[in-house]
Design a protein around this ligand. Structure first.
Ligand SMILES: [Zn+2]
Length: 772
């Protein structure tokens, strides 16, 4: 039957039409306003989940809306294809990570296409392919030459049984996730990017990111964590060098009763050489988890070094302790402890019976210390340099060569890319690259003697820090970025989960500034406007596979079609809030689309032109008032109320008194308003009704201002023949509408006092008489 809504059929047809006409492929056009809409690129985990569907539907709605406004819209898609899950899958299923990843990408790409997302697929790339990561390697070498990439020893989680480095997420309750062995801390040389050199700009530019949620800006400010403090030298008894302590509260100096060192502090290590008990304490500290949060909640432990420092003002002798909560990479790795004003210092002092001294804080003391005691003011950030080395296989090879004579030497640019071998066996015990002499044996580019390649790979956050820029020129074979980057950047609208509010966004902002300072882009920030979508919940809890309560988007698409899934996910809640899953909601969405379908088939096709009604009827005024509200809601990204507005429009258009002209005007407007959300059904109905072109290229509907003007006349209202009120009604109001307005009048309601009218007589343009 032709009149039945068959989503699978019309969605296939619409997608074939878009594909044939290359509707979403885009090139630079200086005559149009550009709009770059980007949803965070997915990790190819295997199949789309509801969170993905929500994220990408939001991006798609925004893209369509701006395209219909006449803007030149770029909406690309690609794959964040390196990472640990591929290695874990390889261990479990004995499939090489590359093969597993490509298979997942093929499946998920087909799902995106089935959902009808309007991507410019010409720009698709995978971050695990050399045509992408070679530019990452090239850029790293530029950073190395500028001193913005450097190598230093750093502590990692070490699994002594598997003989491998573990990522933080592979440490479960202090033990290796596979072996169950107690994890140790081990120092190994690693590569770092100097994000701290940009700390001040990363902080101050947040003030200009007015298109970002305030919550995200606050999280970034806290993460960067700027504080102003003082480095104060404390003279040591029987030692030439003073201990430099860092404090943000120099005013509390008079309450200091002991000094505490990080376990890695050189003075602690030196003292331990003559003191076996201290040595074993320092070793014990190595087993503790690294994460800052863990350091804050661990039991406070310490040991006296036996050394003494001299209080710079009072000259009192203060014991020097080692404490497990002092971080070596914050300040100087040494602090002055003030138990009377600091809860943590107090807990420690009580545990180890250290003195607690009441004191009066002194705000000018910092000035005195700077002048008399060689103290130095120092701005400190909580932000640390970014460790980008991973002792893993499935990642971008770090393009460095370790020469026994010359030290670290960059791979010559003409030798890039350093290819990652794709056919390997993953055992879970260390990186396979370390067992591949054909990969790591090479010669030093400087002295031409035998040398070895770096076998570490980059943190996958490196790939996702600049992908947004590469989408502008993915076919560029000779450069990382070209002029097209400056046409499209910054991204006008970025969409992604709140879980990326800190690291990903901070690293991408950092990279953008690095690209700018390398002359590759001319803007300061990568993302102008940011939308952070809420989670998808079921029964009030986050969907998780382990709980078995996932909703498979594919099954829903197969049953109801892509438009219903898109419609439900947009209608169920505002974008920033969490979305509560409901089967009834999905069915409701499907019912609405069926109703729209039936209604559109009931009005007669009129060909390419239709005549808009000239006069402003009351229904038409209500209609355009709602259109005005919907346009406002599109601008502020409140798409759920866009849909409720569209439902009201369909109700109005379904009224008996609607003229054929108004029905067609209304259909043309309603289909365009719904097109960004449900592009397939609107594409079909638009063509069926004979409107010009195709709906996704139609201009955005405008409110007819003349329809909003109200011509009214005054009528008198009588109750049992007695004048009781005067009312304003539209000149073209029907008798039913006039009755309704009269009965809603306050003084009429008072007069009726709850009595039901027996009869209502409307004398057109004169009066209303109510008989009770
Ligand atoms: Zn050399």
């Amino acid at each position: 039957m032709k009149n039945t809504y068959n989503p699978i059929e019309i969605e296939t047809q619409a997608q074939a039409f878009w594909e044939k006409h290359k509707l979403f492929n885009v090139i630079e056009d200086n005559n149009k306003k550009k709009f770059y809409c980007l949803s965070m690129l997915p990790y190819p985990s295997g199949q789309l989940h509801m969170g993905h569907v929500r994220n990408y539907t939001l991006g798609d709605v925004i893209s369509h809306y701006h395209r219909m406004l006449g803007e030149n819209v770029l909406q690309p898609m690609g794959w964040d294809a390196f990472g640990l899950p591929a290695e874990n899958a390889a261990i479990q299923h004995k499939v090489p990570p590359a093969k597993w990843t490509y298979k997942n990408i093929d499946y998920m790409r087909a799902q995106f296409q089935r959902l009808g997302f309007a991507y410019d697929w010409q720009r698709e790339f995978m971050t695990c392919k050399p045509d992408y990561y070679r530019w990452e390697q090239w850029f790293f070498i530029q950073l190395y030459k500028k001193g913005l990439a450097y190598k230093k020893n750093s502590v990692v989680n070490w699994d002594p049984v598997d003989q491998t480095v573990l990522a933080n997420e592979q440490v479960v309750d202090g033990r290796g996730w596979r072996s169950g062995a107690l994890v140790e801390r081990r120092e190994i040389p690693q590569w770092f990017l100097k994000i701290t050199a940009y700390a001040e700009e990363l902080l101050s530019e947040l003030d200009n990111l007015t298109g970002w949620p305030e919550q995200v800006r606050t999280m970034q400010r806290n993460w960067i964590g700027r504080s102003e403090g003082l480095i104060i030298p404390f003279t040591q008894v029987d030692a030439k060098q003073p201990i430099e302590i860092y404090t943000t509260r120099p005013d509390t100096l008079m309450g200091c009763t002991y000094v505490a060192l990080a376990p890695e502090h050189p003075i602690a290590i030196e003292a331990a050489k003559k003191f076996p008990a201290l040595q074993s304490f320092l070793t014990e500290c190595r087993h503790v988890e690294l994460a800052e949060a863990a350091v804050a909640t661990n039991e406070k432990k310490g040991m006296d070094t036996g050394l003494k420092a001299i209080h710079p003002i009072t000259g009192e002798l203060l014991p020097i302790w080692v404490a497990n909560f002092v971080l070596m990479d914050y300040g100087t790795g040494a602090i002055m402890s003030v138990p009377a004003s600091d809860a943590r210092d107090l807990e420690f002092a009580q545990k180890y019976h250290l003195p607690i001294l009441e004191f009066t804080s002194d705000d000018t003391i910092a000035e005195t210390l700077v002048q008399q005691n060689n103290a130095q003011r120092k701005i400190q950030y909580r932000l640390r340099d970014w460790g980008v080395s991973r002792q893993r296989y499935w990642g971008t090879p770090i393009p460095m060569i370790n020469c026994p004579h010359c030290g670290p030497v960059p791979v010559p640019e003409s030798d890039l890319p350093v290819l990652l071998p794709e056919t390997v066996e993953i055992t879970g015990s260390g990186s396979p690259l370390k067992n591949m002499p054909e990969f790591y044996n090479t010669t030093c580019p400087e002295c031409h003697k035998p040398a070895t390649r770096e076998t570490d790979t980059f943190d996958t956050f490196v790939e996702s820090s600049w992908y947004y820029a590469r989408y502008t020129c993915p076919d560029q074979k000779n450069k990382m970025l070209d002029d097209r980057a400056n046409y499209w950047l910054p991204v006008d609208q970025y969409i992604g989960g709140i879980e990326h509010a800190i690291l990903h966004l901070l690293y991408a902002r950092f990279f953008h500034k690095l690209l700018r300072d390398a002359g590759l882009v001319n803007s300061n920030e990568p993302f102008k406007r940011l939308l952070t979508q809420g989670m998808v919940l079921k029964d009030g809890s986050k969907m998780s596979k382990s709980k078995g309560n996932t909703v498979d988007p594919q099954a829903l698409i197969d049953k109801y079609g892509a438009d219903t899934v898109r419609f439900f996910i947009i209608f169920a809640s505002p974008p920033e809030q969490s979305l509560e899953w409901s089967d009834a909601g999905v069915e409701g969405a499907h019912r609405f689309l069926k109703r729209l379908w039936t209604w559109a088939h009931d009005i007669n096709p009129v060909g390419a032109q239709f005549i808009a009604p000239k006069n402003g009827g009351i229904l038409r005024r209500q209609f355009h008032e709602i259109v005005s509200q919907i346009n406002y809601d599109y601008e502020r990204l409140q798409f759920n109320t866009v849909i409720s507005g569209c439902m009201k429009l369909l109700n109005i258009l379904s009224e008996k008194s609607v003229t054929p002209e108004f029905a067609h005007e209304g259909a043309s407007i309603l289909l365009r308003l719904l097109a960004p959300i449900v592009p397939h059904i609107t594409h079909h109905l638009w063509q069926m009704l004979g409107y010009e072109g195709n709906v996704l290229q139609a201009p955005w509907p405008q409110v007819d201002q003349s329809a909003l003007k109200t011509d009214t006349i005054e009528l008198v209202v009588q109750v049992n023949g007695k004048l009781r009120a005067q009312i304003q009604v539209p000149t073209d109001a029907t008798s039913e509408q006039i009755e309704k307005i009269a009965l809603e009048n306050m003084s009429i309601q008072r007069t009726l006092d709850g009595n039901a009218p027996k009869k209502i007589i409307v004398v057109p343009k004169r009066l209303v008489n109510i008989v009770v």
